[in-house]
Design a protein around this ligand. Structure first.
Ligand SMILES: [Zn+2]
Length: 118
């Protein structure tokens, strides 16, 4: 006589499991023992590793100092205006400034060399 188990558990690919590292409950596939959060590579930030401007960014700063508009910069560097704006935003963050005027002033001061300490 064969046992016909009608109530056999459905074969699911994912199971509920708590993370081996942080204990958070998550839906795991076969051999996953760590939750997606813990699985993410560590030490990766989207912050630029350095505040040094790239070659392209320096070109843009030069044009900003010449009081060029985004459209003109885009034209000169063969970029789209949107790309120029993205670059500017990145430069602002790197230089810790909030406007193109401030950026131009900062850039000008830096070209004069380090400010003498009193
Ligand atoms: Zn975890």
């Amino acid at each position: 006589m064969k046992l016909n188990i009608a109530a056999a558990p459905p074969t699911t690919l994912s199971v509920s499991r708590s993370c081996a590292r942080c204990g958070t409950g998550f839906r795991a596939f076969k051999r996953e023992y760590i939750c997606p959060t813990c699985r993410k590579p560590r030490g990766r930030t989207y912050k630029p590793a350095t505040n040094q401007l790239s070659f392209r960014e320096k070109q843009i700063v030069t044009l900003i100092r010449q009081a060029k508009a985004n459209k003109e910069i885009a034209y000169e560097l063969c970029l789209s205006e949107g790309t120029v704006k993205e670059y500017l935003y990145r430069i602002f963050r790197k230089q810790n400034v909030s406007s193109r005027t401030e950026l131009a002033i900062r850039s000008y001061q830096e070209s004069l060399g380090p400010v003498a300490q009193a």
